[in-house]
Design a protein around this ligand. Structure first.
Ligand code: CA
Length: 494
């Protein structure tokens, strides 16, 4: 899902898939007290404004909210309390579970994906990568009533003009009969469906691929997948090209991370770059830019135009890298090794969603209120981790859940010689130099252009954490196509 920035129509990401997967909202400002009479007056004005010219009065009145929803204004002004390292971000978004879900989805939707590939020229795994990162393959759609959210954002606080357009577009979608009104739920900012399109993106790019005459991105997987492919195609996707490669830099190489500075492959060969496994760079890309998400000591990538189309889906390089990496692992059908060839420059790598759940359960067992166990290390969980660390003298008490903290709290009796490898409630632990180094790296790599969570909304595109806190998480039951039932987290909390 995407919102334009303040100054331009470039896209500001507020992807629900991304933010549901990684953040929560304990650090929100207090809910504002919104005047309902002011709200109703505003709606009266909108009804007769030029932006709503295409919306008939029946539709406007029928879906007119009776009250504003202050929680969306909270979300609009939310600033994440903790920032995330790229390795934490990637390890929660591209874990064994998501790769396996993707491999299953590829088999289940093979015919549809083949047809989509021949119509739009977009590789099946690239479509799957977006689907997996945006909505966890259709499992995490967001549950806030869209008309209430968009009407509130249209009448209060920043960016009213933009949201007025999206509100009008959302009404037009229902008026056109594409989406059932009861399905018009999504993130706090109005992105909805399996593709997490904003209403304006929907009107521009959604397609009916199952042939029922409706563009139903909520209930129709073929419509959702084809709309994603159409999005990538219209943003400049090049058929048959890889997104890029993980590469190995030669010793002593010095170069800046600059995805946009595309050079020929022969240029990079001359610089001494190879594939990560040491093989020569293939010629499948005619030009590529260098991407160093964690600086020159971490994994390095050469990325082409198709990587840029992932980026345009949700303006964050880490987000695009998650799509790229997930799509590669689905292509390889290998869920056992989700790391890159080159390790991240940390001695404390990130954890999977499964490990996050185990940490949350251990915190609950230890008496910390983290809400529900949902596998999402949001602010509530991080605050609990910080308290746990402080109470036991684990330094730095940074609230971060990495492999070391996982071993410390979940307990790994096999771990020896590791300062964290002790059961909970043991004597206070002292910081080791390695951990200070980890902190240092964290500081060095937290640059706004490469870290989706360190950016101010008013500056660059950023992933504003969406909609949920771990203390008010809700689930819904979803029946999978194979008949199994799973609980799926929904973001009705804020
Ligand atoms: Ca359809």
């Amino acid at each position: 899902m995407r919102l334009p920035s303040l100054s331009t129509l470039s896209l500001l990401s507020i992807a629900v898939g991304l933010s549901l997967a990684s953040t929560a909202q304990a650090a929100k400002p207090p809910a504002p007290d919104l005047s309902n009479s002011q709200f109703q007056q505003c709606l009266d004005g909108l009804k007769n404004s030029s932006k709503f010219r295409g919306v008939d009065s029946y539709t406007f009145n029928n879906y007119r909210p009776s009250q504003p929803d202050p929680s969306v204004i909270q979300s609009l002004n939310y600033q994440p309390e903790f920032q995330k390292d790229v390795w934490d971000y990637l390890s929660s978004l591209v874990d064994k579970e998501r790769v396996e879900d993707g491999i299953r989805a590829k088999r289940q939707w093979a015919d549809t994906l083949r047809k989509i590939e021949s119509r739009y020229g977009v590789k099946a795994e690239h479509v799957l990568g977006v689907w997996g990162v945006e909505s966890n393959f259709g499992q995490t759609l967001g549950k806030k009533p869209l008309f209430e959210s968009l009407a509130t954002l249209s009448c209060f606080d920043r960016r009213q003009s933009y949201f007025q357009g999206e509100y009008a577009n959302a009404l037009k979608i229902v008026q056109n009969g594409d989406i059932a009104p009861s399905d018009m739920t999504g993130s706090w900012a109005g992105a909805f469906g399996q593709t997490q399109f904003m209403p304006s993106t929907f009107l521009e790019l959604a397609v009916d691929f199952d042939g029922d005459g409706r563009r139903d991105l909520v209930n129709s997987v073929p419509d959702a997948l084809a709309s994603t492919a159409n999005f990538l195609d219209k943003r400049g996707y090049r058929s048959g090209e890889p997104w890029g490669y993980e590469v190995k830099l030669p010793n002593g190489f010095w170069g800046a991370s600059n995805r946009k500075d595309k050079k020929s492959i022969s240029h990079w060969r001359n610089q001494g770059l190879t594939l990560a496994n040491g093989s020569p760079l293939p010629s499948a890309l005619d030009s590529a830019g260098l991407l160093l998400p964690a600086g020159p000591d971490g994994p390095a990538f050469l990325v082409g135009k198709n990587f840029d189309t992932f980026y345009s889906y949700n303006a964050s390089e880490n987000y695009a890298l998650a799509i790229a990496h997930l799509s590669d692992l689905i292509t390889r059908e290998d869920s056992n090794k989700t790391d890159f060839v080159t390790a991240w420059p940390t001695d404390d790598p990130g954890i999977s969603r499964q490990q996050s759940k185990e940490i949350q359960q251990a915190l609950l067992n230890a008496g910390y209120d983290i809400g529900e166990v949902d596998g999402i290390i949001g602010d509530n969980t991080r605050i609990a981790i910080q308290q746990y660390q402080s109470s036991r003298g684990i330094l730095p008490a940074d609230g971060r859940a990495g492999q070391k903290f996982y071993r410390a709290i979940v307990g790994n009796t096999a771990a020896t010689g590791n300062q964290y490898g002790q059961p909970a409630n043991s004597r206070p632990l002292n910081p080791a130099p390695a951990d200070r180094m980890g902190q240092l790296i964290q500081q060095q790599t937290s640059n706004p252009t490469s870290n989706a969570y360190s950016v101010q909304p008013s500056a660059q595109p950023t992933a504003i954490p969406s909609t949920s806190s771990s203390s008010n998480t809700r689930y819904r039951r979803v029946t999978n196509p194979d008949g199994t039932v799973k609980l799926v987290r929904v973001d009705e909390g804020s």
